[in-house]
Write a protein that binds this ligand. Structure first.
Ligand code: SF4
Ligand code: SF4
Length: 342
């Protein structure tokens, strides 16, 4: 597939055409918080700026709270209604490489149950993705340390790279080629290819080098002193999990109203004491030590074993958001070194 170039004017007019045909979801900045929202006017988009959005894309694939079904009791019979679901095709515009990689991970998670999660996959099927290269990684980004999604994007149909007065469009799928056909663009020239190559290598130079994750995995210790240190600092607030694009723990709650009601799925996290609290009162993760250990083990050991994928895409959101400055990068590096200077 041939890469193309769009001027800023061509991009604006392409976006207008796309908005008329698809629901467009893009990062929007409001009161210091950037999150993906449906937009009707391309001018609402906050495409520039360092690093990923404050909130990840996850809420558009598994919302924080969603109805799984409604029911009515009629004598001994139960009638069940599935939730009404938007079926319009949509484009996620401006997703960063880490967010697209996170969706590949969630695909593996939600396909690994029987039956596969229908709500998640219906949203995945109706979504195309136009990604945006992170020319300006944030101080907390470390995608290149845990994978190669920045230069080898997964899950995108097109990856745009800003080149000042124009955008370089790397066409990654046949669907991406079709999407570009809704607007006008020009073939990429040799000079464009050189400029985009420089933008990519400049960004890579700002990121930490790849870690020896296989070596890290070999060094994981159940009773490493790092877990006690984390437990002393961690507040168990769950902010790290709720901002994480790959975390996916949930709870199921029934809400009865007389002879009818609803069943909900709501976000939950292994960082909460009640997450593993059993009905009889036993809790297999009774302190923050076990809960902090679970989060790190799940991302860096269980996920590679189970899915062949890291459960952390290095977006750095948890690093930036933790109120007590727990830095998962530092935790992993300390484990790799075999000490616990977190
Ligand atoms: S954000 Fe920080 S303090 Fe809160 S649960 Fe996560 S690691 Fe602990
Ligand atoms: S663990 Fe932290 S850095 Fe890794 S994907 Fe989740 S929020 Fe991003």
């Amino acid at each position: 597939m041939n890469d193309r170039v769009l001027s800023r004017e061509q991009l604006a007019s392409w976006l207008e055409t796309l908005s008329a045909r698809f629901q467009v979801i893009a990062p929007v900045s409001e009161e210091g918080l950037t999150r993906f929202q449906p937009v009707s006017d391309p001018a609402q988009m906050a495409l520039d700026g360092p690093g990923p959005s404050s909130m990840s894309l996850r809420e558009h694939f598994t919302p924080p709270t969603e109805v799984l079904f409604r029911y009515t009791l009629s004598g001994a019979a139960v009638e069940i209604w599935p939730p009404s679901e938007e079926d319009r095709a949509r484009i996620v515009f401006g997703a960063r490489a880490c967010d697209a990689a996170a969706l590949r991970y969630l695909d593996a998670v939600y396909a690994n149950v029987q039956p596969a999660d229908a709500l998640y996959f219906s949203r995945r099927k109706r979504t195309r993705m136009v990604g945006l290269f992170c020319a300006e990684p944030s101080w907390s980004c470390f995608c290149a340390e845990v994978g190669d999604c920045l230069t080898q994007p997964v899950g995108m149909d097109i990856q745009l790279t800003g080149l000042g007065d124009r955008y370089y469009a790397r066409v990654l799928t046949a669907e991406g080629e079709k999407l570009l056909g809704y607007g006008s663009s020009d073939p990429a020239s040799k000079a464009d290819e050189e400029a985009v190559g420089k933008a990519w290598s400049d960004a890579m130079a700002l990121l930490p080098s790849p870690a020896d994750l296989a070596g890290v995995n070999r060094r994981y210790e159940w009773e490493h002193p790092v877990w006690e240190k984390l437990a002393r600092k961690c507040l168990g607030c769950g902010v790290c999990a709720f901002q994480c694009p790959t975390c996916h723990c949930f709870d199921i709650v029934d809400s009865p109203e007389g002879r009818e009601g609803s069943r909900f799925r709501i976000w939950d996290t292994c960082q909460f004491e009640q997450f593993t609290l059993m009905g009889a009162g036993h809790n297999p993760r009774p302190s923050q030590k076990e809960r902090a250990r679970q989060r790190v083990f799940h991302k860096f050991q269980y996920s590679p074993e189970r899915y062949g994928l890291s459960g952390c895409v290095g977006c750095g959101r948890c690093v930036a958001a933790c109120p007590v400055h727990i830095d998962i990068r530092q935790v992993v590096r300390e484990i790799a070194k075999g000490n616990s200077d977190v």
